[in-house]
Design a protein around this ligand. Structure first.
Ligand code: 4GX
Length: 267
């Protein structure tokens, strides 16, 4: 996979791209990332990228020039033959979810547009952008951190980046539930003991306990996820996988294993 980033702050990306899974994936040649400075496409003396909004209002907008030519040069002109998928990070976008990350991980070439200011002239979306994605319902100052969030979620799904190709898929949100409690050594710490079942060696009992804990915690903290899962199960039971992304169901127990392995590798 190749990822191109168009930004006014290219220097924000260097350390992020160099460390951890993203750095390893790039070293292994599994992911190629190029960062482009939008100001390289300006043609005026002041290297202008923004302008005030028609109709008035606070702040500035990113103007069609130089943004459209920049996207077109990096991604090719918009249309069915374009070799890259162009995503703008925006609070107006569709929410980023684990299933959407899974789909994007299959894209060969991704171009991420990081906006600043109050937004982007709407013609840019029409002329040059394929999709808007939001990382959550809050407003940041720019699309750079959202782009890093997307990249970090994406890279660990690219085959070969994690040790085990299965582990990413069966992780936490793969089954639509939160991770239950996890423990490492020592067995007792400041008087708090690791639950006996985890030290029993009874793998079936451990799997059952983890599934229960995951469900229990999700009920308490994110009841919306439990409802969504029940809806999916009802649909799957009817013999139709409505979402077609293969992410429905999951035992909960399997999911824990993948997440634990990742935590170990990373630290
Ligand atoms: N999830 N921001 C984009 C500029 C902007 C504003 C409006 C388009 C329309 C964000 C988020 C986010 C801050 C990135 C504003 N672009 N991006 N930027 N939440 O808050 O993705």
């Amino acid at each position: 996979m190749r990822i191109d980033i168009i930004t006014l702050f290219p220097e924000l990306f260097a350390p992020f791209l160099d460390v951890s899974f993203v750095g390893q994936a790039r070293e292994k040649g599994l992911v190629e990332v190029a960062v482009h400075d939008l100001r390289d496409w300006t043609t005026d003396r002041h290297r202008t990228v923004d302008d005030s909004p028609y109709g008035g209002g606070p702040g500035m907008l990113m103007a069609p020039e130089p943004l459209v030519p920049a996207i077109e040069e990096v991604a090719g002109p918009k249309g069915p033959d374009r070799p890259a998928h162009v995503v703008a990070m925006s609070p107006q976008g569709a929410p980023l979810t684990q299933p959407r990350l899974g789909e994007l991980a299959g894209v060969d070439r991704l171009v991420l547009v990081c906006g600043r200011y109050e937004g982007i002239d709407d013609r840019v979306y029409e002329l040059a952008i394929d999709e808007e994605i939001s990382i959550g319902d809050y407003v940041l100052s720019g699309g750079e951190v959202p782009a890093m969030v997307l990249i970090e979620g994406l890279v660990r799904l690219v085959p070969g980046v994690l040790g085990n190709p299965e582990s990413a898929r069966i992780d936490s949100f793969g089954g639509g539930l939160l991770e239950g409690p996890q423990y490492t050594r020592p067995p007792i710490y400041r008087g708090l003991a690791v639950p006996e079942v985890l030290r029993s060696g009874d793998h079936a009992a451990i799997a059952r306990w983890r599934a229960e804990q995951a469900l229990e915690r999700t009920r308490k903290r994110r009841p919306d996820l439990v409802s969504a899962r029940e809806d999916r199960e009802a649909v799957t039971d009817a013999g139709v996988d409505a979402r077609g992304d293969g992410s429905g169901g999951g035992s909960g127990a399997d999911e824990d294993r993948g997440a634990k392995r990742d935590a170990k590798r990373e630290s």
